[in-house]
Design a protein around this ligand. Structure first.
Ligand code: ATP
Length: 230
């Protein structure tokens, strides 16, 4: 593996969903390469295939054709069990509103993933500190703001030191200022942890933090004309 190897390399992925007359081409020969440390945003109308792209990139769905590589592993060749193990060890997921477990403190959310991913040496305090949340380590999600929950969700997604971070609408529940803070944090983590980040978003206000923006329309990806950080 060299510095020039993409962290994510999707080549001609096609995915059909539904059955009978209601079959939909969710991904229509999609290709996407994301380098380590690169922050890519995907925008596009509802139903255009954005979630399908994240599912395929995260080994949650297998495309009908094409390949999906995360570094040197072709995810399309993994069994269900092997895909689950690969996800746990190599991919981080961040969801709309943090998706935290209500009964666990911020620190325990991270410790649980560390245990599941067999990473007992993870420095939970350092990770919480890197997202500005050390002072809330002992708080449960119910006593955190939306932005704080999202920060904990980002720290939790980084526990397994992923090479790929897949982020679905991270600012959907946040106001403008918090949205910008969260996306700025993702950009910073991409750079400092050298992790490839793919973020699906409707929030055009935060695209200036991304290195590249792509439009998804009817299952196809094209470069966007949105202004970026690059
Ligand atoms: N399980 C499914 N069975 C049948 N069709 C599906 C299924 N899941 C998604 N689809 C269809 O596949 C297409 C792509 O859906 P997808 O969820 O990837 O879009 P999206 O861009 O993420 O939409 P949104 O922004 O609303 O979340 C849509 O036409 C959707 O209706």
């Amino acid at each position: 593996m060299t510095a020039l190897t993409p962290a994510l390399d999707i080549s001609n992925a096609t995915l059909e969903l539904g059955d009978g007359d209601s079959r939909v081409l969710a991904l229509n020969s999609v290709s996407l390469q994301v380098m380590p440390g690169e922050f890519v945003a995907i925008v596009g109308p509802s139903g255009s295939g954005k979630s399908s792209l994240l599912a395929v990139a995260g080994a949650l769905s297998k495309p009908d054709s094409g390949t999906v590589r995360v570094h040197d592993t072709d995810l399309t060749r993994l069994s269900k069990g092997a895909a689950a193990k690969f996800r746990l060890e190599n991919i981080g997921f961040v969801f709309q509103s943090g998706n935290l477990l209500p009964s666990l403190t911020a620190a325990d959310q991270l410790k649980l993933v560390a245990r599941l991913a067999h990473k007992p040496k993870v420095d939970v305090d350092a990770l919480l500190s890197s997202v500005g949340m050390s002072h809330r380590a002992k708080h449960r999600p119910g006593t955190l703001s939306g932005g704080e929950r999202q920060r904990v969700g980002i720290a939790r997604a980084l526990v397994n030191a992923p090479s790929l971070l897949l982020v679905d609408e991270p600012t959907a529940a946040l106001d403008r200022r918090r949205s910008r803070e969260v996306v700025e944090l993702l950009a910073e983590q991409a750079r400092t942890a050298n992790v490839a980040v793919v973020m699906v978003t409707h929030d055009h206000d935060t695209l200036s933090y991304c290195d590249r923006v792509l439009d998804m329309t009817d299952g196809q990806l094209t470069p966007s004309t949105e202004a970026t950080a690059a």
